[in-house]
Design a binder for this molecule. Structure first.
Ligand SMILES: *[C@@H]1O[C@H](CO)[C@@H](O)[C@H](O)[C@H]1NC(C)=O
Ligand SMILES: *[C@@H]1O[C@H](CO)[C@@H](O)[C@H](O)[C@H]1NC(C)=O
Ligand SMILES: *[C@@H]1O[C@H](CO)[C@@H](O)[C@H](O)[C@H]1NC(C)=O
Length: 182
């Protein structure tokens, strides 16, 4: 009898842990690194640590947090673009490229907002598609400059934005692999 009770309480503990334990941040970032080993661990930790809730967040919540960071970053970049567009000495191609960047980052913000709605609605595949679309912005922006044979006016911004949007994709990929039917 005693052993049955012990067994039962152990089982409850195990079940509770597997159902409610939040993936630790370090664990998630290790998996992110493993999925795409490009010195991503440090970037993953330092980016997500900025948001205190990420300590206790599960994978869906971490996807939302990373996406919100990405939106913040895209919005910051849009501010830089608006500032640059005020310059009246820009070449024709510089202006064209900046306008392309503005469009891409704006739709990137919209796609990211869609991704958050998708995660909240439990549509992980939708979220993944939206995040992939959003992650195109920094590359589209760089391409716009190279197509005009202009040096990028946003190399730093595009680089950081592509890293943070890739992080959101890496995390949603973990969520996707967990939620797909075994
Ligand atoms: C994460 O927690 C939220 C809120 O408790 C829950 O709605 C969601 O389903 C959880 N996601 C995962 C992957 O466990
Ligand atoms: C404005 O654009 C021109 C052409 O790219 C550049 O030479 C100049 O430094 C820019 N001025 C400012 C204030 O950014
Ligand atoms: C976003 O990118 C900018 C550079 O464009 C960087 O200075 C900033 O720290 C980044 N912010 C976040 C939240 O990642």
């Amino acid at each position: 009898m005693k052993s049955i009770i012990l067994f039962a309480s152990a089982l409850v503990l195990i079940l509770r842990n597997s159902a409610f334990a939040s993936a630790s941040l370090e664990d998630t970032c290790k998996k992110v690194q493993a999925s795409d080993p490009n010195d991503k661990y440090e970037f993953c930790i330092t980016s997500l640590q900025v948001v205190p809730e990420s300590r206790t967040a599960n994978l869906s919540q971490l996807t939302i947090i990373a996406t919100q960071l990405s939106i913040k970053n895209y919005t910051h970049t849009l501010g830089v673009i608006a500032q640059l567009l005020k310059n009246h000495s820009l070449s024709h191609w510089q202006k064209e490229a900046l306008e392309t960047c503005q469009e891409s980052y704006n739709s990137g913000v919209d796609d990211s907002k869609d991704a958050i709605k998708d995660v909240k609605a439990g549509d992980i595949f939708g979220a993944s598609a939206s995040l992939s679309a959003a992650a195109g912005a920094p590359g589209d922006c760089e391409d716009a400059f190279s197509e005009g044979e202009e040096a990028s006016l946003l190399p730093r911004e595009d680089d950081l934005a592509s890293k943070i949007s890739a992080l959101a994709i890496d995390i949603v990929a973990l969520l996707k692999s967990k939620s797909s039917i075994p």
